[in-house]
Design a binder for this molecule. Structure first.
Ligand code: KE4
Length: 433
């Protein structure tokens, strides 16, 4: 860890906390973050030559595994033709067609460079389309860091245990209604109170940013029925779930047709890419066709398009085998660790949908942010540290989902469960101190 420590010290003189995104600083789990210099398949290598089995996969994009040959080759070939033009290219429509094939609810879309841009643009469109100001989000859900969305957010906000963000004026969030997830009564109450004033609901259809929290049976269907009744736009933030839970994300898995969808992560195959799309009548309000402005220098960047086409193309071509494989390996890993916790006498709740999952160190069911926040984060930190020392790198927060990809197989499952046995004993020993 010598070199990583030196790199961290240098980085801290230049970058706040030495990082470009807070969760990477390991503040919630302690210890020093390894600096990654290379990755391949299911593995990362740090500056000191240590190898780690990767369970956060760049926070979702690496569903094919790192340095997948077809992705690397596509990006190399694209780069040789020039890396950015600021003009239209054929590959934007190529990837858009693939998105439409995977997400039939997306009649039109626009590419941007991050999930944050995708969600903030979708909300702007929904507000213009409905001529309403208020919108509903859910506690523990994270939709990127645009001001109006930093209210009771998940991910890094929950990880750092902060209510929101400094620098966001009260006026900016006065129209943000943050409600408990998996609670339809709260949604009905909001619509009764703000009748005809709610532009949209934005939801992580399966929450990943409070740790993994699945929708209760009927919850998403109820959101769809209420928004249809109220003339409110239903936005599925599938930045994390898109292409992961099924080729068509959560909306395919739960058979719901949202009005708009936000995508990112896997969409760009690990390069900076996001998208927002949906009903053509809403999307056609977007400049240059309509009055809603949105723009981006690197939107639809040729390298991101190349990586996205190679990644999404692989998922489309192999959809019959990809998702059953991810399901099988994820179940073996998630359930295997749950069994180890039971045998060690450690209280653990395992939430999993497909290849995104979270081990909550609690004995109660985790169905919303409140129940997630009652997890024992000290135990999680001890588990994380012990697993890292054993060469298994879990997301460094109790309030993040773990992911695995197609490069994870039996060998990786065996190694993970062997490491978990030792790590769980260390957690159990914590109990006595
Ligand atoms: P980006 O702006 O980070 O590309 O996307 C924001 C975003 C939007 N919607 C959902 C459902 C998301 O999960 C995210 C970003 N996810 C976090 C991890 N939970 C990004 C990791 C980080 O912030 O470093």
């Amino acid at each position: 860890m010598q070199l990583s420590r030196q790199l961290q010290q240098r980085a801290e003189t230049l970058l706040p906390g030495g990082v470009d995104s807070p969760v990477r600083a390991f503040r919630a789990v302690g210890g020093e973050p390894p600096f990654v210099v290379r990755a391949e398949g299911a593995y990362l290598w740090d500056a000191d030559g240590n190898r780690y089995l990767d369970y956060f996969g760049s926070w979702g994009p690496m569903i094919l595994g790192h340095a997948a040959r077809q992705v690397v080759r596509a990006v190399q070939e694209a780069a040789a033709r020039g890396v950015s033009f600021g003009a239209s290219t054929p590959t934007e429509a190529d990837l858009a067609e693939m998105v439409r094939r995977a997400f039939p609810s997306v009649e039109m879309l626009r590419f941007v460079s991050s999930g944050t841009e995708a969600t903030m643009s979708a909300i702007r469109l929904a507000r213009a389309f409905t001529r309403r100001k208020y919108f509903i989000k859910f506690e523990g859900c994270y939709h990127g860091h645009s001001d109006a969305l930093l209210v009771k957010a998940g991910s890094g906000i929950a990880t750092l245990g902060i209510p929101g963000s400094a620098g966001v004026p009260e006026e900016t969030i006065q129209h943000t209604l943050a409600l408990p997830y998996n609670n339809i009564a709260a949604v009905e109450e909001a619509f009764a109170r703000y009748k005809d004033q709610i532009a949209c609901i934005i939801v992580e259809p399966v929450v990943g940013n409070a740790g993994c929290i699945p929708p209760n049976p009927g919850y998403l269907q109820a959101l769809r029925a209420i928004t249809e009744r109220e003339g409110t736009v239903l936005i599925f933030d599938e930045v994390m779930t898109g292409f992961r839970l099924a080729l068509g994300g959560a909306q395919e898995r739960y058979c719901i047709q949202p009005d708009m969808t936000c995508l990112g992560k896997i969409l760009g195959g690990g390069l900076p890419c996001g998208a927002f799309g949906g009903r053509a009548d809403i999307m056609q309000m977007l400049a240059p066709l309509g009055p809603v402005y949105q723009a981006g220098t690197l939107s639809g960047n040729p390298l991101a398009m190349a990586a996205g086409i190679a990644t999404v193309g692989t998922l489309i071509e192999n959809r019959e085998t990809v998702y059953p494989r991810l399901e099988n390996v994820s179940a073996a890993v998630a359930d295997g660790v749950a069994k180890i916790a039971r045998e060690a006498g450690v209280l653990l709740t395992t939430n999993r949908v497909g290849s995104m999952f979270t081990w909550f160190f609690t004995g109660e069911a985790v169905t919303d942010y409140d129940s997630a926040s009652r997890s024992n984060t000290k135990q999680f930190a001890a588990f994380h540290r012990a697993m890292l020392e054993a060469g298994v790198w879990l997301p460094p927060s109790q309030f993040e989902a773990a992911f695995l990809g197609l490069a994870h197989g039996e060998e990786e499952t065996r190694a993970t469960l062997a490491a978990a046995k030792e790590a769980m004993n260390r957690v159990a020993a914590l109990e006595t101190r």
